[in-house]
Ligand binder design. Structure first.
Ligand code: NAP
Ligand code: G4F
Length: 343
C-alpha cells in the first residue's frame, strides 16, 4: 500500500525536490501552504499537481493539528522556516516564532492528533547551528557530535527546534530524526541566497539585462551540495527502524568568490580581482569592465566564516552519498538561469 507524507515548506526549494522524489516513489502527498493569498500556491498547483494542498501555518498549532487529522501521514517532513540568515537579523522575533517554536507546534500537533506512534517526523536542522568559530572546528569537518555555537537569530532558533525535537524523541519515544544539512542549492533555490543570486546575475549579464553583481562577504566558505541529492537523504532517515540525527554534506568547502569565478567561466568570462575590502572589484579580464562590486549592506552583524561537514555517518548507515559535485552544481545553476531569464 502506498504511504502518505505531510510536508511543510512545500513552496520552498527543498519542498519541491522532496515532492518530486516522493511522487516518484508513489506517495500520497499533502503540502502545507500558508496565507489566504499566497502567490506560491499557484506554483504548487502548476508544477506539482499531485500535491494535495492544506492551508495551515507553523505558528498556529490548531491548523497543524487539523492538517494531521486530514492527512493521517506515515511521514511528516517539517521543512518550513524563515530560512534566510541575513533576514533573521532583521526579524529575529518572527524567526524565533516560526523557525524555533514552530517545531514545537508541529510536535504538539502530532500528540494532539494522537499520532505520536504512527507518524514519523523529520526536522530540518542545519549546519548554521555549528556557527564556525575556530575552537569548534574539527579538521575533517563537523559531525553529529560537534559543539553548537549559532551565530544568527536563525541559527539560535534552529537549535531550539533541534533540541525540542530531540527532547520529544527521548520523552515520548517518537520516531523523530533531525537532518543536520549543510548548504544545498539548485535551480529551485530562492533568489535571495548567494548561489542563486550569482547564477541568476551571470545569466542576466550575459543576456544584457543586468550591468553588474553586488555582493557582501566573498571570503565566507561553504560546503555546497545539490538539493536534489539532499532530499534523498531526508527520505532515507525516515526509512530507518530507529530515529537518529545525521549530517548531510559534501566534505568540501569553497569560498563565495570561487563560486563567482566558476559561474562567470560558464559564460566564457574570466574574472580578475582588484583592490581590497569594500573597494574590491571583479573585472572581465578581456574587456576590463567591472562586473562584481562589494555592497556592505550584504554584510551580516555576525558571520559564519567556514562551514565544512563530515557526512561519514550518513554514508555508512543510510548508504547516502552526494552525486553532484561543486563544478557540476555551478554549471547546473547557470544553465538553468540562462534558460529561465531567456524565456
Ligand atoms: P526555503 O526555500 O526558504 O523554504 C521555506 C519554506 O517555509 C517556504 O515554503 C515558506 O513558505 C515556508 N514557511 C515560512 N514561514 C512559514 C509559516 N509561518 N508557516 C508555514 N510555512 C512557512 O527553504 P529551503 O532551502 O527549502 O529549506 C528547507 C528547510 O531546510 C528550512 O527549514 C531551512 O531552514 C532548512 N535548511 C536549509 C538548508 C539549505 O541549504 N537549503 C540547509 C540546512 C537547513 P512561503 O513560500 O509561503 O514563504
Ligand atoms: O546563501 P546564503 O544566504 O546562505 P547561508 O547564510 O549559508 O544559509 C543557508 O545555508 C544554511 C546551512 O548552512 C541554511 F540553514 C540556511 O537556511 C540557508 O539555506 O549565504 C552564504 C554566504 C554567507 O557567508 C553570506 O554572508 O554568502 C555570503 N554572502 C555574500 N554576499 C551573501 C551575499 N549572502 C547572500 N544571501 N547575499 C549576498 O549578496
Amino acid at each position: 500500500m502506498s504511504k502518505t507524507a505531510l510536508v511543510t515548506g512545500i513552496t520552498g526549494q527543498d519542498g519541491r525536490h522532496l515532492a518530486e522524489l516522493l511522487n516518484e516513489k508513489g506517495y500520497k502527498i499533502y503540502g502545507i501552504v500558508r496565507g489566504q493569498h499566497n502567490p506560491k500556491r499557484r506554483l504548487v498547483e502548476e508544477t506539482m499537481p499531485y500535491v494535495n494542498i492544506i492551508e495551515a501555518d507553523l505558528i498556529d498549532v490548531s491548523s497543524l493539528t487539523r492538517a494531521l487529522t486530514l492527512s493521517d501521514p506515515d511521514e511528516f517532513y517539517n521543512l518550513a522556516a524563515i530560512s534566510h540568515v541575513g533576514y533573521s537579523f532583521k526579524d529575529p522575533i518572527l524567526t524565533a516564532e516560526v523557525t524555533g517554536k514552530g517545531v514545537l507546534n508541529c510536535l504538539e500537533a502530532i500528540r494532539l492528533a494522537g499520532k505520536e506512534k504512527t507518524t514519523k517526523f523529520y526536522q530540518a536542522s542545519t549546519s548554521e547551528m555549528f556557527g564556525g568559530l575556530d575552537y569548534n572546528r574539527p579538521d575533517k569537518g563537523y559531525d553529529e557530535k560537534a559543539i553548537f555555537h549559532p551565530r544568527s537569530p536563525y541559527g539560535v532558533a534552529k537549535l531550539y527546534g533541534h533540541w525540542i525535537a530531540t527532547n520529544y524523541r527521548e520523552s515520548y519515544d517518537m520516531h523523530i530524526s533531525c537532518g543536520i544539512l549543510f548548504n544545498h542549492e539548485g535551480e529551485y533555490r530562492g533568489l535571495e541566497f548567494v548561489t542563486r543570486k550569482i547564477s541568476n546575475a551571470v545569466a542576466r549579464i550575459k543576456l544584457g539585462k543586468q550591468d553588474h553583481l553586488e555582493l557582501g562577504n566573498m571570503d565566507a566558505k561553504r560546503d555546497w551540495g545539490y538539493a536534489g541529492d539532499y532530499v534523498e537523504g531526508m527520505w532515507r532517515m525516515l526509512q530507518q527502524e530507529k530515529p537518529d540525527d545525521y549530517v548531510l554534506a559534501t566534505g568540501e568547502t569553497y569560498t563565495v568568490r570561487h563560486f563567482v569565478e566558476l559561474a562567470f567561466k560558464e559564460i566564457g568570462i574570466e574574472i580578475v580581482w582588484e583592490g581590497s575590502g569594500v573597494s574590491e572589484v571583479g573585472k572581465d579580464n578581456d574587456s576590463g569592465k567591472v562586473l562584481v562590486k562589494i555592497n556592505p549592506d550584504f554584510y551580516r552583524p555576525a558571520e559564519v566564516d567556514l562551514l565544512l561537514g563530515d557526512p561519514s555517518k550518513a554514508e555508512k548507515v543510510l548508504g547516502w552519498k552526494r552525486k553532484v559535485d561543486f563544478p557540476g552544481l555551478v554549471k547546473k545553476m547557470v544553465e538553468y538561469d540562462l534558460g529561465f531569464e531567456a524565456s
